[in-house]
Every structure is written in C-alpha cells, then in structure tokens.
Design a binder for this molecule. Structure first.
Ligand code: IMP
Length: 444
C-alpha cells in the first residue's frame, strides 16, 4: 500500500501519532498535509515522551523522510525549536524537508488571532491562538509569505510593504503594540529563519511523487480531525484547513487515485477542545474520570479537553466523507472499570429522530443524543494482544463500533506504548496499479 492517509475521525486528538508509530517500520516517508503548530502529537517510545507540533512523527525513525507539505502553515520559531530539541536528544533532523510553498505564520498573524478571539467574546472559537486562521486567510487572499520568501529578502520586503499598513492599523485599533511589526525588524527576523532553515526548504511535491514512482510507502499524516474541517466540520467552530483525507491531495501533493488506503483514527470515546456543539458531552464524574485516566489535556495549549460518549452518528459521516478503508481504535483501555458505556446512535432534533450528521452547527447544538447502552468490563486490558482475548463486553463494544463504521477496525490500542496494540490481519481495500518507470513502454 504505497500511499496511505491517516485521518482523524473526531475533533482531533484521536492518537494519530500512535498510528504512524505502529506503521513506521514499513514506511519510507511521512508527510504532514495541513494545519500548523496548533497540532500536537505525543509519542511514547519506551521511557521517552516526544511532543511534536510541526515535525511529522516519522522523524523519530532514521529510515523515514519527514516532509512538511505545501498545505501546512509553518511558524518558523516553532519549527526551529523542535529541530533543536530533537537534535539535543540525539535525533538526526537533517532529513526533514519543508515545502517552499508552505505559508509562514508571521508574528502579526499570532497577534491577529488573539485580537479576533477577544472581539468575538462569548462567540469565540477557542482557537489555539497560534495564528492559524489569519495565516490561511492571507494565503486565500494571495498576500501570504511562503517558506521560499524567507531566503529572498527583496521579495519579502515587497510583500510586507503590501500587507503591513492595513495590519498595523487593525492591530493598533485593538490596542496592540505594533512596533515589532515594522518592515525592517520583520525582514531581519524572517531572513534569520531563512538562514537557519535553508537546507530544509525543498520542492516537497517532487519528493513525494518521486517516492511514489519508486514504489515507496508514503504516509500522509492529518492533523486535527474531520469534525474540525473548514468545509465539513462544525463551522464556524473549526480550524482553517482541511484535515479530511481529501486534504492530503491538495496539501500533500498527490492525486485522489494515488491514495491506496485511508486509515481513520478514533478514540473509544469523544473529546473536543475549544468551543462548539458536542452533543454527547459529559459534565459529570464519569467524564472527569475518563479525562483523568485518558490524560485528556491539550498537547499545544494545556487546556483540559471536553469529554463525551462515543458518537456513532459522526462516525458514519466521517467514514463516508473520508472514504475510510480501515480504522484504528485508540484508548479502549481508558473505558475499563466503568459499569455502563453509552454510544450515541442517533439524535433527536426538535422532536424528530435524525440518523444523519446535521450540516449545520446550530442544528447540532439542539441535538439530544439517543444512546445504546453497553455493560462495561472491570479487567485491565493493557496486556491483551488479540481481539478474542478481550473481555466479552469489550468485544461487544468494539463490534458495535465496527457495525456502525461498516469498515474493519484493524488496530486497537490498549495502552500508550507501540507494543500495546492489537493488530488484526487485514488487506488494504484497493491496490494501486504498478506504475511503469517513466519512459517505459506499456504493453497492450
Ligand atoms: P485553530 O486551529 O487554532 O484556529 O483553532 C480552531 C479550533 O480547532 C479550536 O476549537 C481549537 O481548539 C481546535 N484545534 C486546533 N488544533 C487542534 C488539535 O490539534 N486538536 C484538537 N483541537 C484543535
């Protein structure tokens, strides 16, 4: 399966880093395709814990080329400090490549994010305040700074001269100090980033296409999750990019027919960070307990994640729009010890039963979950390595999830470490036809 997309099926934080980690041995390249340093991957390798925001988790393996694709927005300060931090821990970061076309999160984007959130008051999105929305807004308005510009002071100066007057007015009106947003200090800062990152900036689309031509296995790693997608999520309570599997094409540099497998990743319960509707949210001791056992604290912001029962309505939706071919179920162990486990299978909205995901966040905010109830299990399951060895009630729960998804759950995580995983034998849904080397004659 040369091209595999890993996509979050919920509101992010599904444990996609662990999926990459489990598949890493067979993979030659890992490509981040959207988002920025709003994301956070936590990877546990033995006694070491790595927290990464921008660099793909594949960096921890010497045989993997980690790529930051053109669909990602890059805060160079974050990238440089991650590269330095990894180097200090003995990890070779020389292989990391960043797309020359990836947009740069500038200091004024971060300031704008703060100002916009404050202005929204009670209607705020609850962003990570990393400047993600304003960076993507400038990209869409065709006035963004790209990684290639960091190595070209004159081009940079010209771009900043176009953008800064407006920006300074808006920020000053909001009471922000704007001295740091003058052209020359910013050019100096950005060319400093360029000097440091020059060796990493590349045409990553050519690298990805070259790897696929060679038949290398390339993993496309989504950040955030389907329900935070700018088009398909709970707008406006979403991020400003496309975490769905389709985003791997636009943001990673491949075509839809080059994707062989889409692995959807989900937790055995639901979490959400920031504002927005969350029908199955638990505001009680059960939710507290799940949050504590599951260590549900945001990697980037340190905020406590909101916790709720698993929502099979959103699962059915996410499987469809991502064309998910197989699923990794994470954190099943966190539910051990509960007397009863609930799963939302439909909603009641304005007195009507609704089985399909509502496209409007307002409708979702009025949705009352309809639950199926499952008896829990008491046993610890960290040591289980085969589905058949799970307690019967845990098996029943996994089977119900699989029935709703209508695609196989092929990996089940029963603990944070890579080895704490149940692997079922599975076959990729579709094989990519072998591409003849360029210039080779194709026989009829
Ligand atoms: P932004 O991406 O910082 O603009 O934030 C927009 C929304 O996406 C907010 O609700 C954030 O909490 C949420 N969000 C952004 N990144 C992540 C993530 O990695 N995990 C979970 N939620 C996220």
């Amino acid at each position: 399966m040369p091209a595999t997309v890993i996509v979050g099926l919920q509101w992010g934080d599904e444990g996609k880093g662990k999926t990459t980690d489990v598949l890493a041995e067979q993979v030659a390249m890992v490509v981040r395709y959207q988002g920025g340093d709003n994301a956070g991957h936590t990877i546990v390798l033995g006694s070491e814990v790595f927290k990464l925001h921008l660099v793909p988790s594949g960096v921890l393996y010497p045989h993997i080329s980690p790529i930051i694709g053109p669909g990602v927005v890059v805060n160079p300060d974050t990238l440089i400090s991650e590269l330095d931090g990894l180097t200090a821990r003995g990890i070779d970061v020389g292989r990391v490549r960043v797309s020359a076309n990836a947009h740069v999160t500038m200091p004024y984007h971060v300031a704008q994010d703060r100002v916009a959130e404050t202005a929204l008051g009670d209607g705020r999105v609850g962003t990570t305040q990393r400047g993600i929305g304003p960076t993507y807004a400038d990209r869409a308005a065709r006035i963004g700074v790209r990684m290639a510009d960091l190595c070209s002071p004159d081009a940079l100066r010209a771009k900043l001269a176009r953008v800064l007057p407006d920006r300074t007015l808006v920020l000053r009106a909001a009471g922000m100090p704007t001295d740091a947003f003058a052209i020359e200090p910013l050019v100096e800062l950005a060319t400093g980033w360029g000097d440091r990152l020059r060796g990493h900036v590349a045409d990553t689309t050519a690298l990805v296409q070259g790897a696929l031509r060679r038949g290398d296995h390339v993993l496309f790693e989504g950040a955030q999750g389907t329900l935070l997608d700018i088009d398909h999520g709970t707008y406006p309570y979403v991020t400003s990019s496309s975490p769905v599997a389709g985003g791997a094409c636009t943001g990673g540099g491949i075509g839809p027919l080059q994707v062989d497998e889409v692995i959807g990743v989900m937790k055995a319960y639901a979490t959400r960070v920031g504002s927005g509707p969350f029908p199955t949210e638990l505001d009680d001791a059960i939710g507290e307990g799940i949050a504590r056992r599951g260590n549900e604290v945001g990697t980037t912001t340190g905020r406590r994640r909101r916790v709720g029962w698993f929502d099979a309505v959103s699962l059915r939706y996410a499987v469809g729009i991502n064309s998910v071919s197989s699923i990794m179920l994470n954190k099943l162990d966190i539910l051990s010890g509960l007397d009863e486990i609930r799963m939302c299978v439909a909603y009641e909205i304005d007195g009507r039963r609704v089985e399909a995901w509502p496209s409007s966040a307002d409708d979702l905010a009025r949705a009352v979950p309809v639950y199926d109830s499952f008896p829990g299990w008491r046993e610890a399951i960290h040591g289980v390595r085969a589905l058949s060895d799970l307690p019967e009630n845990a098996r029943r729960y996994v089977t119900a999830l699989e029935d709703h998804a209508a695609v196989p759950i092929v990996l089940v995580s029963v603990g944070p470490e890579r080895t704490q995983t149940i692997e079922r034998a599975w076959r990729p849904m579709r094989h990519r036809a072998t591409v003849p080397p360029s210039g080779a004659a194709v026989s009829a």
